[in-house]
Design a protein around this ligand. Structure first.
Ligand code: FE2
Ligand code: FE2
Length: 279
C-alpha cells in the first residue's frame, strides 16, 4: 500500500499548492491513501469548513491537525460533521471531534489514522502514549487495519522518537508534525514502523516557520509585538513523506521524503517512480 503524508499546510501559499498538487500526486505515485495536516491552513491559524471541503475534493483521504485546530471557532462545530477531520486524541474529554478513525481505500483496504499531540514544551494534555496505546489495542495491525498511520504533533524530538519506539511493530508509520521544518532522520525502526521526527510544512520557506519574517524577527529583537503574524505568500514547498507498506504485514517497507517546489532542495520517493526516471 502506498501512503503519502503532507506536513502542516501554512496559509494560502501552502494550501493552494497542496490543493493543486493533490490530484497529480495521487496519480503520479498511484497512491492508496493521502493524509494532510492542515492545522495552519486558514491564514496560518486553524482550518475553515471551506478549506476542508477543498482538501477532501482535491483527494485528501484524511485531514489531521494539532494545537491550532480550533483557532477558527467554526471548527468547533463543523468538526462533528466530518469523520475525515481529526484533532489530537489526547485533548480533554468532551472536546468536539475525534482523534482517530478507520478509513477505507478505493481498493477496500482499511487504514487507521491516529492524530495525537505531545506534551513537552506544549499544553498539558492527556498522556499521548496511553492514548495511542488504547487505539492500537482496540484495532491491531492486520486483524483490525491493513495499515496504521500516526500523526504525532509535537515540539520535542525526544518525545517523538520515544513514541516512535513505543509503537514500533504495532503501526505502519509514525510521522512527526508541528515544527514546520523537515528533519532528515526518516528510517524504518527495528520492528518495522516507518518514522520521521518532522515531515516539514507545506508553505513558503522564505519565512519564519511559514510566517512573514518581519514580525517574528522584530519580536526577537525588541520583544514588542508590532503587528500580527501573517503567512508568507511566496512559492510554497510541499513537504511530506511517502511510505510503502507491506500488504502482508502492514509494516513499512520504505519511507522517503517528498519536497516539491519553492526553495528547498527537491526530492521525491523514488521507490514509486518507474525505472526510467530513477536510472
Ligand atoms: Fe503547524
Ligand atoms: Fe502545531
Amino acid at each position: 500500500m502506498r501512503l503519502l503524508f503532507l506536513g502542516d499546510l501554512v496559509g494560502r501559499a501552502g494550501r493552494s499548492a497542496a490543493i493543486e498538487a493533490l490530484p497529480n500526486l495521487r496519480e503520479r505515485y498511484a497512491l492508496d491513501f493521502l493524509v494532510v495536516n492542515a492545522e495552519n491552513a486558514a491564514g496560518g491559524f486553524g482550518i475553515t469548513e471551506q478549506i476542508l471541503i477543498e482538501l477532501l475534493d482535491a483527494g485528501a483521504d484524511v485531514v489531521t491537525t494539532g494545537n491550532h485546530v480550533f483557532d477558527q471557532r467554526e471548527a468547533l462545530v463543523f468538526i462533528e460533521r466530518y469523520d475525515r477531520l481529526l484533532r489530537p486524541i489526547n485533548f480533554p474529554a468532551g472536546t468536539p471531534g475525534k482523534g482517530a478513525g478507520l478509513f477505507k481505500t478505493a481498493s477496500g483496504k482499511e487504514v487507521l489514522v491516529i492524530n495525537t499531540m505531545g506534551r513537552v514544551f506544549m499544553a498539558d494534555l492527556d498522556d499521548p502514549f496511553r492514548a495511542v496505546e488504547r487505539e492500537l489495542d482496540a484495532c491491531r495491525l492486520k486483524t483490525g487495519a491493513d495499515a496504521i498511520l500516526i500523526d504525532f504533533h509535537a515540539e520535542a524530538t525526544s518525545e517523538k522518537e520515544a513514541l516512535g519506539y513505543f509503537v514500533d511493530g504495532r503501526a505502519s508509520a509514525l510521522i512527526g508534525t508541528h515544527t514546520h521544518v523537515p528533519t532528515a532522520d526518516q528510517r524504518i525502526l527495528p520492528r518495522g514502523t516507518a518514522y520521521i521526527s518532522d515531515a516539514g510544512m507545506c508553505g513558503d520557506f522564505d519565512s519564519v516557520l511559514g510566517m512573514d519574517k518581519e514580525e517574528p524577527l522584530s519580536r526577537f529583537l525588541t520583544k514588542i509585538p508590532t503587528g500580527r503574524f501573517a503567512p508568507a505568500l511566496g512559492e510554497a514547498t510541499l513537504c511530506g513523506v511517502g511510505i510503502d507498506v507491506d500488504d502482508a504485514t502492514g509494516l513499512a517497507r520504505a519511507i522517503a521524503p517528498l519536497r516539491l517546489g519553492g526553495r528547498l532542495s527537491q526530492t521525491e520517493p523514488k521507490f514509486w517512480l518507474p525505472d526510467t526516471e530513477t536510472s
